[in-house]
Ligand binder design. Structure first.
Ligand SMILES: *Cc1c(COP(=O)(O)O)cnc(C)c1O
Length: 490
């Protein structure tokens, strides 16, 4: 047996490259990422490729290894190239993500040192670091120090966690769900309904509250709906308000909604996945007044704080509600449970997850290395770029805009001289996307096919907005003159 063990040890040593091998691999990876970053200002933001990354399949997972050069080549060709490039400054579609280099270095440190961030005892430092960044975020929204939070993989899971906390704090059981009412709007992100389903609450009553002419939730309609439901003997339970909708960036009237939630005893959950961090600006703070009275806020550092994907957060004003929803115990966790001080609460007691990525470091490192000021500046820049686009696009004949942007998303469309506007705009967005120099997305608002510009990449500056306006003009000319057929662009 000893001989066999030694033989296996010999083989498994491949898992631990020596200093020379490490330096060599690191050098290759860094060279590739440098080349990638240097290409960003010019490279295509959207690439339709024939094989769509299927080249990966030609190199199956096998007993034999490949070298780092081959691996990087496979990655470049099959993963980096096809599809949308969210690291590009030209990404103005959906809600752009980030990719701060400092955060990537944080991930590298977290992975190499592999701290266990789920349990205080395992890594008190990692847990304190996470609590610190969550506390900082909570402070942005004016939450008291008795709040609690969790760093999640994104907004969807953060909503799920909030819904479970709201369900438990009301003591709702399956038999109650058919009488339990949740208030949404037509602009609520679809992940909320999905999370209600995952939380087992598909049967609850989902009321869709009317919007005002800025696509914000109408507080009057909300109040009327709650009163009507109470009169019917239903149980109004939760309001999901938006602090920046995905379609138009609209911020619901949070102060008025907080009044109603307070009066009627509802859980108020604010979806700030896209727009929440604009509260770092005085303007955003004003706009989101009332958010400090909500029960839970969802934010996505992988959007507004420019982190790589995989960073959401939930903040719950009454920390005990989050803990009550997620705390479990088990015999094999007894060492951890002897610790009881408030200071030593573990992320695992505030989260559906136990073992997880050490997400605090990728947020802490950029905030510490850069300070908060450049984040604030970048957010204000994006806000102004959206307003600038809003002004410029309507100066062009034929373009019409939606409401003045609350944050950094502008909805607009082109009304052609002849023919169907919806078909034209559909062709226009496809023509722009295929062109590959800039990337927009579209949506449907009240039956109108609308284009959207969402400015949120930290790499997007004035140049990208000016060029995007020009590209839009160019594509409209081509479509109007029949150079690209409206039907044939598909
Ligand atoms: C992106 C987004 C979500 C979903 O977040 P994920 O991180 O993609 O799960 C929810 N709400 C809004 C407003 C969003 O923009």
């Amino acid at each position: 047996m000893i001989e066999k063990i030694r033989q296996l040890e010999e083989q498994s040593l491949a898992l631990e490259p020596n200093a020379g091998a490490r330096a060599q691999m690191l050098d290759k990876v860094v060279r590739y990422t440098e080349e990638f970053l240097n290409r960003q200002p010019r490279g295509p933001v959207f690439c339709v490729s024939d094989h769509e990354g299927a080249g990966l399949l030609d190199s199956p997972i096998a007993e034999d290894p490949i070298d780092i050069d081959t691996a990087i080549d496979l990655y470049r060709e099959n993963v980096e190239r096809p599809g949308i490039n969210p690291a590009s400054p030209w990404h103005l579609g959906y809600v752009p993500g980030g990719g701060l280099y400092h955060a990537a270095l944080g991930d590298f440190l977290a992975a190499v040192t592999n701290r266990y961030s789920g349990i205080f005892l395992a890594s008190p430092g990692a847990v304190r670091m996470e609590r610190m960044v969550l506390g900082w975020l909570g402070n942005v929204f004016g939450f008291p120090h008795t709040m609690a939070g969790d760093l999640t993989s994104g907004g969807s899971i953060a909503h799920l966690s909030g819904i479970v906390a709201a369900r438990e704090s009301r003591g709702l059981k399956a038999r109650d769900f058919e009488r339990t009412v949740v208030y949404l709007t037509p602009q609520t992100h679809h992940c909320v309904k999905k999370a209600l389903g995952v939380a087992g609450m598909k049967e609850c009553v989902q009321r869709t509250i009317a919007l005002d002419d800025h696509y914000r939730m109408s507080a009057a309609a909300l109040e009327a709906a709650i009163k009507a439901d109470l009169a019917e003997g239903l149980d109004p339970w939760m309001i999901v308000a938006s602090a920046g909708t995905t379609d138009t960036g609209a911020v619901d009237p949070l102060e008025a909604i907080a009044d109603i939630a307070e009066q009627c005893g509802l859980w108020m959950q604010v979806d700030g996945a896209y727009g929440g961090v604009f509260a770092l600006l005085d303007y955003g703070k004003q706009l989101m007044r009332g958010i400090e009275r909500s029960d839970a806020v969802i934010v996505n550092p992988h959007k507004g704080l420019f982190l790589p994907y995989g960073s959401g957060a939930i903040l719950v004003r009454d920390g005990a509600a989050l803990r009550q929803a997620h705390r479990y115990s088990a015999n094999y966790m007894q060492d951890e449970e002897t610790l009881a001080s408030e200071d030593e609460i573990s992320p695992a007691d505030l989260s559906p997850e136990l073992t997880r990525h050490f997400r605090g470091l990728r947020l802490w490192l950029p905030l510490k290395l850069l300070g908060v000021a450049p984040f604030r500046a970048a957010l204000e820049e994006k806000l102004l770029l959206a307003r600038y686009f809003y002004e410029r696009i309507q100066e062009i004949d034929g373009f019409e805009v939606g409401p003045y942007p609350d944050l950094s998303i502008v909805a607009f469309r082109y009304v052609p001289k002849h023919g169907d506007a919806n078909a034209f705009n559909q062709a226009l967005v496809l023509a722009v996307q295929r062109d590959g120099r800039t990337f927009l997305s579209s949506t449907n608002i009240d039956g109108a096919f609308m284009l959207r510009v969402a400015v949120l990449s930290f790499r997007t500056h004035l140049e990208q907005i000016d060029r995007t306006v020009e590209i839009l003009q160019e594509k409209v000319r081509e479509l109007e003159s029949g150079q690209i057929a409206t039907g044939g662009a598909r």
